[in-house]
Write a protein that binds this ligand. Structure first.
Ligand SMILES: NC(=O)c1ccc[n+]([C@@H]2O[C@H](COP(=O)([O-])OP(=O)(O)OC[C@H]3O[C@@H](n4cnc5c(N)ncnc54)[C@H](O)[C@@H]3O)[C@@H](O)[C@H]2O)c1
Ligand SMILES: CC(C)[C@H](C(=O)O)[C@@H](O)C(=O)O
Ligand SMILES: [Mg+2]
Length: 347
């Protein structure tokens, strides 16, 4: 039976990288005998332009009935003063689909240490997974927006912490067995609840070694000793910030993909970068993060591990060839890079 994918190209470089990801999905599926169907819907700024809303109802309905959703990126200066920003649509989509678990892997492959702006001996061997809580915390707390004062409420319940912590414990158990829970428990009440909830679960996962680290120290250690981490578990805002930082361990923000998963229902797969208005429309975007997200869609969204492996191998081979986009020192455009990855997928 064929599996149905909803594509939300979004804004800026979103449509540029989403196009490449779809080409890769088609090539990998055809090589592995997997049957996929695709549909597209307006979302983000494109949703505002088409229907006056960043998450039009029809788009949400299509997302709910898809097997998996692929997103390019949303946002841009054009909609900065819109009554509802494009980003609000993304938060609503994550919340409506119950996507509380955001997985953001960062890996420095042997021979590709030179892609990083950090020293090669520092990044060598880095292979970590950020497990970011995605539907709670400051992003979703009550907001008060006045002229003189404003506030964003940060709330977490023990249940919300426990369900994301279990995802991280299980991930660590299937990897190198090391879990670092990142918080700011020296200052924040939500972090103290976070820490005690994670501690309570630890005895259930005897094969996992748990430690805790403050977010500021983690930000430092990520660039000084990235290979010290296996799985990082953290709340919504800290995970957002640390994952952009962690992207440069591998080389560039354009390299990282992500999977946002709930309890059943379609997952959402998207590169971690944004719409990059500074390079949009110039064929300069690195589509690697989108391609990596396509592989995660096949693996975690559709259970098609062989097709996912095929995409990951092709992407790695392309990066190793040195024929890359400008953000990691090459001279290929987004389309040419994507076309070369697709050629590898077919062979
Ligand atoms: N998931 C998403 O849709 C998402 C994620 C982050 C930011 N945003 C939105 O994107 C807009 C721009 O935000 P920003 O500029 O802070 O972040 P950004 O990630 O769009 O760009 C940050 C920098 O990284 C570069 N960059 C990003 N992706 C790249 C790629 N694939 N290849 C090469 N270079 C790349 C950009 O050119 C820019 O210099 C904002 O509206 C923001 O809210 C959306
Ligand atoms: C666009 C924005 C709402 C989003 C976030 O903060 O989660 C983005 O930065 C991300 O990392 O996916
Ligand atoms: Mg982000």
């Amino acid at each position: 039976m064929s599996k149905h994918i909803l594509v939300l190209p979004g804004d800026g470089i979103g449509p540029e990288v989403a196009r490449i990801a779809v080409d890769c999905l088609k090539a990998a599926a055809s090589a592995e005998g997997v049957s996929l169907t695709f549909d597209e819907a307006p979302f983000g700024g494109a949703g505002l332009d088409a229907c006056g809303k960043p998450l039009p109802e029809e788009t949400l309905d299509k997302a709910r009935s898809a097997d998996a959703v692929f997103l390019g990126a949303v946002g841009g200066p054009k909609w900065d003063d819109a009554p509802e920003r494009p980003e609000k649509g993304l938060l609503a989509l994550r919340s409506e689909l119950g996507l509380f678990a955001n997985l953001r892997p960062v890996k420095v492959f042997a021979g590709l240490e030179g892609l990083s702006p950090l020293k090669a001996d520092r990044v060598a061997g880095a292979d970590l997974l950020i497990v970011r809580e995605l539907t709670g915390g400051l992003y979703f707390g009550e907001k008060r927006e006045g002229r003189e004062t404003a506030s964003d409420l940060c709330t977490y319940s023990a249940d919300e912490v426990a369900r994301i912590a279990r995802v991280a414990f299980r991930a660590a158990s299937g990897r190198r067995g090391k879990l670092t829970s990142v918080d700011k428990a020296n200052v924040l009440a939500t972090s103290r609840l976070w820490r005690s909830t994670v501690n309570q679960l630890a005895p259930e996962y005897q094969d996992v070694t748990l430690d805790h680290m403050y977010v500021d120290a983690t930000a430092m250690k990520l660039v000084t000793h990235p290979s010290a981490f296996d799985v990082i578990l953290t709340e919504n805002l800290f995970g957002d910030i640390l994952s952009d930082e962690a992207a440069v361990i591998a080389g560039s923000l354009g390299l990282l993909g992500s999977a946002s998963l709930g309890e059943g229902g379609p997952g959402l797969f998207e590169p971690i970068h944004g719409s990059a208005p500074d390079i949009a429309g110039q064929d300069k975007a690195n589509p690697s993060g989108a391609i990596a997200s396509a592989a995660m869609l096949l693996r975690f969204g559709l259970g098609e591990a062989r097709a996912a492996d095929r995409i990951e191998a092709a992407l790695q081979a392309q990066l190793k060839s040195g024929r890359t986009t400008a953000d990691i020192g090459g001279s290929l455009g987004c389309r040419a890079f994507g076309a070369e990855v697709c050629e590898r997928l077919a062979s």
